[in-house]
Design a protein around this ligand. Structure first.
Ligand code: F6P
Length: 323
């Protein structure tokens, strides 16, 4: 191994820049060359590959987004796309890869290794925290703090106007963000894909005579909840409780931006450095994670197939505290 290529792929997440920086600096420290592939697999196919040195990653640890840019690539799903990518990597002498992304990105890297033998180590970058093989993903901590800040603000206006607010947070298939901010934001309920009884519990809560007298409430819903997003729920609730003053807010992509928290910068720095160590140890097709504060390596296929579950204790806690 002489030259490592690093790229970010899929949805961006705060801390990706800190992670790239760590990969680049660790690789240079150990005497390797590093190149950055722009726009994930799209840039690999389109030959958007740049040289990186220690200075290229100066002053980015605090920045949100990813300076290498990112994309979700359809072309890389095709044999022709991957063949082009291989020739471009070869032309740049890239003989190992570090991929910062999620399951879709790992799946691409896995097929690519099987076809062309270029080893790749993955790093979990997504705000959703739904990747198997790590307790926390890069970007999650910042995203929940961003969402929480908004919920605190919504609480002010909810209180003033005595309204029920339904706040939709990101989480396509999972409720990690919703559950965390519901607990930290003192919400009346969290609607998450992992709990099919939650809608009934929320209706019960809102219908309690003492709660009905209460002037305001906040319900957090994950975008992937089976009941629907905030706007659908608002309609449903208005039909059930016509006298209730209900509003919805969709936090959306605001959760994906912003300067990464200290936790995310440290996690990104630790995992990024370990990805280079893993390649140096001859590891391939594994993702690096942190489980109980220990560095772990999970084969791509296991990471893709594995289901990370939200804590049942946290679901129970959210119920108890919304009393
Ligand atoms: O996977 C991260 C995520 O932010 C999800 O929570 C969300 O559903 C999705 O990405 C949105 O993707 P896009 O930015 O492509 O619309």
């Amino acid at each position: 191994m002489k030259t490592i290529g690093v790229y970010t792929s899929g949805g961006d997440a705060p801390g990706m820049n800190a992670c790239i920086r760590s990969v680049v600096r660790t690789a240079i420290y150990h005497g390797y060359n590093v190149k950055g592939v722009k726009r994930g697999y799209e840039g690999m196919i389109e030959n958007e590959i740049i040289d990186l040195d220690r200075q290229s990653v100066a002053n980015i640890i605090q920045r949100g987004g990813t300076f290498l840019k990112t994309a979700r690539s359809e072309a890389f799903r095709t044999k022709e796309g991957r063949e082009k990518a291989y020739h471009n990597l070869k032309a740049h002498n890239i003989d190992a890869l570090v991929c910062i992304g999620g399951n879709g990105s790992y799946a691409g890297a896995n097929v690519f290794y099987e076809e062309y033998g270029i080893p790749c180590v993955g790093l979990p970058g997504t705000i959703d925290n739904d990747l198997y093989g790590t307790d926390y993903t890069i970007g999650y901590d910042t995203a929940i703090n961003t969402a929480l800040d908004s919920i605190d603000r919504i609480r002010d206006t909810a209180h003033s106007h005595e309204r029920v607010f339904i706040v939709e947070v990101m989480g396509r298939d999972s409720g990690f963000i919703a559950l965390a901010v519901a607990i930290a934001g003192g919400a009346e309920g969290a609607l998450i894909p992992e709990d099919i009884d939650d809608w009934g519990k929320v209706l019960e809560q809102l219908n309690r005579p003492d709660k009905r007298k209460k002037s305001f409430s906040i319900i957090v819903v994950a975008e992937g909840d089976e009941q629907g997003g905030a706007l659908v729920l608002e309609k449903k609730l208005k039909l059930i409780y016509p006298d209730m003053k209900i509003r919805s807010t969709i936090l959306g992509h605001v959760q994906r931006g912003g300067s990464p928290s200290a936790r995310d910068r440290i996690l990104a720095s630790r995992l990024g450095s370990q990805a280079v160590n893993a390649l140096m140890d001859g590891k391939k097709s594994v993702t690096v994670g942190l489980v109980s504060d220990k560095i772990t390596f999970t084969p791509f296929l296991k990471a893709i197939e594995g289901k990370k579950t939200v804590s049942k204790d946290l679901i129970a806690l959210a119920d108890i505290l919304s009393l």
